[in-house]
Ligand binder design. Structure first.
Ligand SMILES: Nc1ncnc2c1ncn2[C@@H]1O[C@H](COP(=O)(O)OP(=O)(O)OP(=O)(O)O)[C@@H](O)[C@H]1O
Length: 756
């Protein structure tokens, strides 16, 4: 028997032992869980009965309160036990599929130890020893980072040094070791080859077994307030941020909950695509939101243009106002907004109405606002104005305390109402006059509640008109007054229709925050943005203000910029770091691309300026094919059919939704057209526009109509690159007769050319 077989047998025996242990623990955990669930059910029934029975008799309320509190505590403790057991069950179930994927042999303080690494930790209840170490444990970092020899790893008590003597990787399927080998440097090419060579799936998978060194650096960074990642297409940005979320949840188990983490994702399809990654690592999902959902929620009542709508619109009508957009998203504009009070002496206010009458006119509110000292912070001035209005409502209430109409209204109260109000005010035994005063006051408070609400909820502040005023005061250097005035007029017409352009909506929200000091979410601790190249500086600056407690992780690729007609400067992400002005900022670059075969990456990288820096992953596949044809639609169909014979998903990616729609109308083969509403990636032939394909990947991609007309500008180059890099195993580009000039300059040895 040779050495490898011998070693593999030993490893298999160890695996059997661990699997047995998992099975036993799983059985015990499930039994305990059932007990706890029964217990909770019993407490719940009891709790319901107790709370209901005694509320009928008012004297029993105190006693009921005490009993309720006791039951609540019982309920809480059985719920938290249940949660712990459920977490354990989930971890054990995950471990049952693959107990571990790596092993390290180390010598620490002259003691040798062997550690197995998996998705969660597992201890042997008999011995108290760890059978599996969680991949996020401090020591596990050396599995991903360390080369053999002396290595350091970080612990809560500071850095520690160990000798790493062996690093072994396993592929385990259905309880059998199917592959294992020792490695020195990176985490196994062979296992990675295997993972990357598989067919695409409807749901993104975790990469825990094969995290690469640089990805690990991003995952384990707990120091940076703003962490920015520029990563080539397919370099694992999304995968890395999902692993990072799992890591942060583990690292701050006591203080961080998945509800305190939010991810801004490009669209709903993408949100669903990544939804299984965290559960597969035993964690709950973070919150997810798209930019459009976020803005719409904060500016209710308006239709806010989405990025897709803007893109489609600009494709149809060549944007005559490109300069305006550039200005409205520029740093100069952000600075002007931040210093808006230099342009506007006061914000614009609205009349406050009560029962159809103006109770505070906009002029009155403005006078109050202007009465505060000039050096007071704007948000403080605004707050003082609201306080002053509240005071005036209180005075109004006092002046009507004994008015006939109030006494009359109070006389209409039922006995039960009297009882309830007096009891709340602890005046059941008070003198009649005192009771009458309290009841009158109560009535007036309720009566004027809508006015209080209006003040509290900032109805007095007219955000859209304040913004319109602000625009009117501006005189941008590069834009003629006529064009600028036209834009303001269009803005006002859109307002009438309750519709807002994306940049205006963001600016209004930012201005609202600056004027009122409100609208911040202090709960979120970590904020992630995927595809930051699609966010304007203004949007990023506003999001940063809106989540003041959050550490930011911003990932994207300046080359995959689908929405900017003239591309982004190379130093764009560095500039974002400066714009956000955090004390601890890190900008990391990922250049190794994992998604596509080497042939596809070598082809695609020629489409972008920084292509030389991209390193393809050494996975073999056919060269991309460019097909020129006079019969575009028929050829696309034929090719889709050919590709589908070898691949599970064939995505035909168009530049616009309109093109996707047109192709869908003519397409005779079975297929799925994906729109903004799509939630799942189906198998088979899919037709979709590029902006829905963002962040996704498909076995085979057909780039539709790569003609000179369709792809000509610098912005189109980013679109073509994005389309090409969605392909994992096969890429075909089809054009009627002539390929785009962007393709004509590519090295002809990197693709095959066919005419049909
Ligand atoms: N370390 C890794 N181990 C295994 N697979 C990996 C690793 N890193 C990335 N991948 C795989 O590479 C593919 C691309 O990853 P991902 O989608 O995270 O990249 P991305 O940088 O976000 O891509 P894009 O910007 O093009 O959308 C995925 O299939 C992912 O599973």
């Amino acid at each position: 028997m040779n050495f490898l077989n011998n070693t593999q047998q030993q490893e298999q025996a160890h695996l059997n032992h661990v699997e047995q242990n998992i099975a036993q623990q799983l059985q015990q955990t499930e039994q305990k869980l059932e007990q706890v669930q029964q217990e909770r059910h019993r407490v719940e029934i009891n709790y319901g009965a107790n709370t209901r029975a005694n509320y009928i008799e008012t004297d029993d309320i105190m006693e009921t309160y005490a009993t309720t509190q006791q039951q609540k505590q019982l309920l809480n403790s059985s719920t938290s036990d249940e949660e712990l057991l459920q977490r354990k069950q989930k971890n054990l179930l995950n471990l049952q599929t693959t107990p571990y994927f790596g092993r390290i042999d180390i010598v620490e303080d002259q003691e040798a130890d062997t550690l197995y690494i998996g998705t969660a930790s597992l201890d042997d209840p008999q011995t108290g020893n760890f059978l599996v170490y969680d991949w996020r444990a401090p020591i596990a970092a050396i599995y991903y980072n360390g080369t053999l020899g002396q290595v350091k790893y970080q612990t809560p008590a500071g850095p520690k040094q160990v000798a790493l003597q062996r690093k072994r990787q396993f592929s385990i399927k259905a309880g059998q070791i199917t592959n294992m080998f020792d490695t020195n440097e990176t985490i196994g090419d062979e296992i990675l080859q295997n993972a990357l060579g598989q067919a695409s799936s409807a749901q993104m998978k975790n990469i825990v077994a094969t995290i690469q060194r640089k990805q690990n650096q991003i995952i384990r960074d707990t120091k940076s307030q703003v962490l920015i990642v520029q990563g080539a297409a397919g370099s694992g940005k999304t995968s890395t941020i999902m692993q990072r979320i799992a890591y942060l949840l583990y690292h701050s188990r006591q203080n961080l909950d998945s509800d305190q983490i939010i991810l801004f994702s490009p669209n709903k399809l993408f949100s669903n695509y990544i939804a299984e990654v965290l559960p597969s690592l035993g964690e709950k999902n973070m919150r997810q939101v798209t930019l459009s959902e976020f803005l719409t929620k904060r500016l209710q009542g308006f239709h806010i243009e989405t990025l897709f709508e803007r893109f489609e619109h600009e494709q149809q009508n060549h944007c005559s106002h490109q300069k305006i957009r550039q200005f409205k998203t520029s740093k100069t504009f952000i600075e002007l907004l931040r210093n808006y009070q230099q342009l506007l002496t006061t914000p614009t206010f609205r009349n406050l109405y009560f029962e159809g009458e103006i109770i505070f006119s906009a002029e009155q509110i403005q006078q109050i606002y202007q009465s505060w000292p000039k050096n007071l912070l704007p948000a403080d001035k605004y707050l003082q104005t609201k306080n002053q209005l509240i005071q005036q409502v209180k005075q109004l209430i006092s002046s009507q305390q004994n008015a006939d109409w109030v006494v009359e209204a109070v006389n209409q109260f039922s006995d039960a109402q009297y009882q309830q109000i007096l009891q709340e005010k602890k005046l059941l035994d008070a003198e009649v006059n005192q009771q009458q005063q309290a009841l009158n006051h109560y009535y007036l408070q309720q009566h004027y509640l809508p006015l209080y609400d209006a003040i509290y909820n900032d109805y007095l502040f007219d955000e859209t008109q304040t913004y319109a005023q602000f625009l009117r005061k501006l005189k941008p250097a590069d834009i003629s007054q006529i064009v600028w005035q036209e834009m303001i007029q269009q803005f006002e017409e859109q307002l009438e229709r309750h519709s807002l352009q994306l940049d205006d909506a963001t600016a209004i929200l930012y201005l609202r925050y600056l004027v009122t000091g409100r609208g911040q979410n202090h709960q979120i601790q970590h904020l992630f943005i995927d595809e930051i190249q699609d966010y304007s500086d203004l949007q990023l600056a506003y999001i940063h203000e809106a989540f003041p407690q959050a550490q930011l992780t911003l990932v994207g690729d300046i080359e995959q910029n689908v929405y900017q007609a003239d591309g982004l400067p190379t130093e764009h992400f560095q500039e974002i770091a400066t714009l956000l002005g955090a004390a601890k900022t890190a900008v990391i670059t990922l250049n190794q691309s994992y998604r596509s075969t080497a042939a596809i990456t070598n082809f695609a990288k020629q489409l972008i300026a920084s292509g030389d820096q991209i390193q393809p992953f050494n996975r073999q596949g056919q060269k991309p094919q460019i097909i020129l044809t006079p019969h575009l639609q028929e050829t696309v169909e034929q090719q889709a059919k050919i590709n589908l014979a070898h691949q599970i998903t064939v995505a035909i990616i168009t530049k616009t939704q309109a093109q996707a729609q047109k192709l869908d109308d003519q397409f005779t083969l079975t297929h799925h057209l994906l729109t903004e509403k799509a939630l799942q990636i189906p198998q088979g032939i899919i037709i979709l526009p590029v902006y829905l394909a963002k962040g996704l990947e498909f076995d085979s991609v057909i780039a539709y109509d790569v003609s000179p007309d369709n792809y000509q500008t610098l912005g189109d180059q980013g679109i073509l690159y994005t389309i090409a890099t969605r392909a994992m195993h096969q890429l075909t580009l089809i054009a009627p007769l002539q390929p785009s000039t962007l393709l004509q300059k590519l090295d002809p040895t990197t693709f095959t050319l066919a005419q049909s």
